[in-house]
Design a protein around this ligand. Structure first.
Ligand SMILES: Nc1ncnc2c1ncn2[C@@H]1O[C@H](COP(=O)(O)OP(=O)(O)OP(=O)(O)O)[C@@H](O)[C@H]1O
Length: 254
């Protein structure tokens, strides 16, 4: 790895007319999205609308075939890049359903992915109540909330410039939502003024709990593989709570 790849930590993302197939089926039908450096956007939408597909495609996983369109990060075209190349350029992701990895200890993985070898791993793990999990196989027997805390811990170690979070609050109790929410706010440098921030992010949420910790700049609604609505995230969430997603399909706030 070239050291220069680690200097590209700010995350300006541009998605243009992105079409994606999963297997033979086209799931995303022409997504356009611009996330400026320092911004955090949230993505809402009904089950099965394509939100996770978008994040998995942005991460560069095989199985998500881009048939049209392009993705640029900090002005660089990453459309054809593999996941590891994108990770080197600062894209990181918290998964909705990460796999169990038998035989690989959480602590070993964290050491392997850490850029900063001086980091106090046990202390960092303790900060998200994962100190007792470093010698356990990744996600093996972890509860839903423990899996999310483990995922957040992995992101804290990776310290990506563009942070993607797929339903970070799902399955997490109220006390731990606060813990995870604060850690995610730190990851996205929410304590800094926009102009000083080098992090940006895209967060999928159904409940909007995460909005209390991540001062999101914009919200989008995805329906049937298309982004149908943009606007203030809290206003969109309020509308969805009152009226469901039916009107989102017609809505053109932007
Ligand atoms: N590997 C796959 N094989 C077949 N279909 C798939 C595959 N992955 C996703 N799909 C389909 O693509 C569509 C979009 O799925 P996706 O997981 O992106 O939705 P989502 O908006 O994230 O849903 P949820 O809110 O329930 O998490 C769904 O109809 C899903 O069944």
């Amino acid at each position: 790895m070239q050291p220069s790849t680690y200097t590209m930590r700010f995350g300006m993302l541009d998605i243009r007319d992105l079409h994606v197939n999963v297997g033979e089926k086209e799931v995303l039908h022409g997504i356009n999205l611009h996330i400026d450096a320092g911004e955090t956007h949230v993505l809402m939408g009904p089950n099965g609308s394509g939100k996770t597909t978008l994040l998995m495609t942005l991460m560069g996983f095989s199985g998500y075939k881009i048939t049209k369109g392009e993705i640029t990060l900090n002005g660089e075209d990453v459309t054809a890049m593999h996941a590891d190349e994108r990770a080197k350029r600062g894209i990181g992701m918290l998964f909705q359903r990460p796999p169990t990895i038998s035989g690989l200890k959480l602590g070993k993985l964290l050491t392997a992915i850490s850029h900063d070898k001086t980091v106090d791993l046990p202390a960092l793990a303790d900060s998200v109540h994962m100190g007792g999990f470093l010698e356990r196989d990744i996600n093996k027997g972890f509860s839903g909330g423990e899996i999310k805390r483990s995922e957040v811990l992995q992101l804290m170690i990776q310290n990506p410039g563009f942070v993607m979070l797929d339903e970070p609050e799902s399955g997490v109790d109220l006390e731990n939502i606060s813990l995870i929410g604060k850690a995610i706010g730190d990851l996205l440098e929410k304590d800094k003024r926009m102009a000083k921030r080098e992090k940006s992010g895209l967060v999928i949420t159904h409940t909007g709990f995460i909005l209390d910790y991540v001062d999101a700049d914009k919200g989008h609604v995805m329906c049937d593989g298309m982004i149908t609505c943009h606007g203030n995230p809290r206003e969109i969430l309020k509308d969805i709570k009152q009226r469901g997603y039916t009107e989102c399909r017609e809505c053109r706030r932007s």
